[in-house]
Design a protein around this ligand. Structure first.
Ligand code: AKG
Ligand code: FE2
Length: 268
């Protein structure tokens, strides 16, 4: 599996693209039920399922239709460093437009095209678990802003209807779709305007050599995952030169030892 030429074209041009319905109906239902309980009735769940990416939502960690993209635009050396879920009711929001512009210099967020390939820093994946129509207030993007050289201009930062930038774009997709975007594209989570809540999970993938978010997944949730999924939360380093020859932080190495994940220290 690989990204299509059209997906690469879109991601490079706009800063985001959609893979429709990569999660089956049954999986969508199971994850929606889990998120409902996380937000409204956590005691009805076993402790290891009381947050994402535990329980039914764990299928998303290493979903093959996600991992192939991350491998291609970040690296096969990847980590999953943040997971969160939303059950957004009418009138609720994440907030205003943020990101974009010269922050692309920062290697954590950076977006580049070199050597005939994309090099993205952090890549976010939104798993939409609600049907999203074109005019819905799901995540919006100021297209092209991941490569902008000037800071975001104030005339383009309004979410008010009638005052929105011509470059502000969103998407329509069925439940179970994944939206990939570079953290460096200017984006917003506007006020949701439908009676039916917006249910979604957000992942942040990054290079194994970087660490931005301190992981907030609890030890109960993390230890409930199989080792093959815990590997996405391993410590952020590439090579250990204290050994001869150097030790590399590979998937195989992590699977063959009992080293803790990056979350071993949970103190703020
Ligand atoms: O909630 C949304 O639609 C966007 C979320 C977002 O921007 C973020 O988590 O940083
Ligand atoms: Fe954001």
């Amino acid at each position: 599996m690989a990204m299509t030429d059209e997906e690469k074209f879109r991601f490079d041009l706009a800063g985001f693209f959609v893979r429709p319905a990569i999660i089956t109906g049954d999986e969508v239902e199971a994850i929606r039920d889990q998120i409902y309980r996380i937000k409204h009735d956590p005691d009805s769940l076993p402790p290891a399922h009381r947050d994402v990416p535990g329980g039914p939502s764990s299928i998303l960690i290493d979903h093959p239709r996600v991992v192939d993209v991350i491998q291609e635009i970040i690296s096969p050396d990847m980590r999953l460093e943040n997971c969160s879920c939303i059950w957004r009711k009418k009138g609720e929001e994440h907030g205003s437009l943020h990101g974009g512009g010269p922050v692309q210099i920062d290697p954590i967020f950076g977006y580049r095209f070199q050597n005939d390939r994309i090099y993205a820093g952090m890549v976010r994946v939104i798993f939409e678990l609600t049907n999203i129509e074109r005019d819905d207030q799901s995540t919006h993007f100021l297209v092209g802003s991941h490569k902008a050289n000037f800071p975001m201009h104030k005339d383009h930062l309004s979410l008010e209807s009638g005052k929105r930038s011509d470059f502000l774009m969103s998407y329509a997709c069925p439940p179970g779709s994944a939206i990939f975007f570079t953290e460096n594209v200017c984006h917003a989570g506007p006020k949701w305007n439908r009676e039916e809540p917006r249910v979604a999970i957000l992942h942040a993938y990054s290079h194994l050599a970087t660490h931005w978010h301190r992981l907030k997944v609890s030890p109960e949730v993390l230890s409930g995952l199989p080792r093959e999924k815990q590997v996405y939360f391993r410590e952020p380093w590439i090579a250990d030169f204290r050994t001869q020859p150097a030790t590399h932080n590979t998937v195989e190495r992590f699977l063959n030892n009992d080293e803790p994940t990056v979350n071993a220290d949970t103190k703020p």
